[in-house]
Design a protein around this ligand. Structure first.
Ligand SMILES: [Zn+2]
Length: 396
């Protein structure tokens, strides 16, 4: 048991058998009895208004009750957490993760920061498969994962973490090989032809999957949307568009249900690291204006840190909080950002039936905050407790 955690735990939880689950990295406390967080303000990930003086109960990893404290009976023998003055949000999603560049401690950093689910967007297929398997088997504590395995690209692409295809038959084979292996979707980078993207989309859709990624070189974002990319990463493709072309791109995205994955913080973090002010950076300001315009037009956004190499300043866990902050800087409300980072992310990733909201029947992936994230989005960093599948994470 780590220094200090026992004391804090005994203070927080008033009853119930506690089981310490030892894993490869971060450890957790599991309760054999229902856990009730009472008199807390619930921001459930879907509603646009918080529910004050609420009680949330979970048992065996699943949320069993949510409502005003006056209406909820706490079962006898429950462990109780007094949430008075605190805020409960769903576990967060980072939809732009590259675990293998960073290394396995990314899994701990994510969970400690309240990121309980990720969209893994490209890396070493063997390592991600191993870590994902360990998380699912319960031998390692880590976020739930939707993953792409390697980047699928043309033969001119660099080699690192790539599966490269030369023609249509190789492209179809690659999609089937990856899906047979258990990946959830296909990720492309820029080095692939429009013809092969169309083949990947067709083959993925036959299998009930989809393709996401960068805009292939030589194409516009609208063209990539029309080829069938479900999400498009990064802001580069929009920066030089005229207002007219931007408007046409927005209409194309809405028609095709293409999601925008702006990765603003991976632009902002290096500026902050140089000691400069992102609010006086033209690219950041233009990107912010485009993101706000797209959000207001109804284009759905994905919130992701785009962490990868260890020398990049956006880090696993804290990077997601940075992206949430960047989106508020761009003009989104903290409530909209919280909804995008929880229930909407789960929806994009086909996980709404599992998590992403504080609702009866969903997994108890929860983050208890010491201060109001609606008053200041930076308060998502002031974490009192993280629960993953109803088990309390032992935080450093
Ligand atoms: Zn990326």
């Amino acid at each position: 048991m780590r220094h200090g955690s026992h004391h804090r735990y005994r203070r927080r939880i008033t009853a119930g058998l506690v089981v310490l689950v030892v894993s490869l990295g971060t450890n957790v406390f599991a309760q054999s009895v229902p856990v009730a967080i009472h008199d807390v303000t619930v921001i459930d990930g879907i509603s646009t208004e918080p529910l004050e003086n609420a009680t949330v109960i979970f048992h065996r990893g699943i949320i069993t009750a949510v409502g005003p404290s006056l209406d909820i009976d706490i079962p006898e023998g429950s462990s109780t957490v007094d949430g008075n003055g605190q805020y409960l949000i769903p576990g967060l999603w980072d939809t732009h993760a590259h675990l293998t560049y960073w290394g396995e401690d990314a899994l701990d950093s994510l969970i400690q920061a309240g990121v309980t689910s990720i969209r893994e967007l490209g890396g070493d297929v063997d390592l991600v498969e191993k870590w994902k398997g360990e998380v699912e088997a319960g031998s390692r504590v880590g976020p739930n994962m939707i993953w792409s395995g390697p980047y699928l690209e043309g033969i001119d692409a660099p080699d690192e973490y790539r599966l490269k295809v030369a023609d249509e038959s190789e492209a179809r084979q690659a999609v089937n090989d990856l899906l047979d292996r258990g990946i959830d979707f296909i990720k492309i980078q820029a080095v692939i032809s429009a013809e092969l993207v169309a083949v990947l989309v067709d083959e993925a859709q036959k299998r009930g999957s989809f393709v996401v990624g960068h805009v292939p070189r030589g194409l516009s974002a609208a063209e990539a949307s029309s080829l069938g990319l479900r999400s498009i990463e990064h802001m580069g493709p929009y920066l030089r568009l005229s207002e007219e072309d931007l408007q046409a791109t927005i209409e194309t995205f809405l028609k095709n249900d293409t999601w925008l994955s702006p990765a603003l913080f991976s632009m902002v973090a290096p500026i902050l690291a140089r000691g400069e002010d992102p609010s006086s950076n033209d690219v950041v300001q233009r990107s912010n204006a485009i993101v706000l315009k797209m959000h207001e037009a109804g284009v759905p956004l994905l919130v992701g840190a785009n962490f990868a190499y260890r020398n990049w300043p956006q880090r696993p866990g804290s990077g997601l909080h940075g992206e949430m902050h960047s989106l508020v800087d761009a003009g989104l409300s903290p409530m909209d950002v919280l909804i995008l980072s929880t229930s909407r992310a789960a929806e994009f990733n086909g996980m709404s039936g599992r998590s992403g909201a504080i609702e009866v029947g969903l997994a108890a992936d929860l983050v208890l905050l010491e201060e109001d994230p609606l008053a200041d989005i930076r308060n998502t960093r002031k974490i009192a407790a993280v629960f993953l599948n109803g088990r309390e994470i032992i935080r450093d």
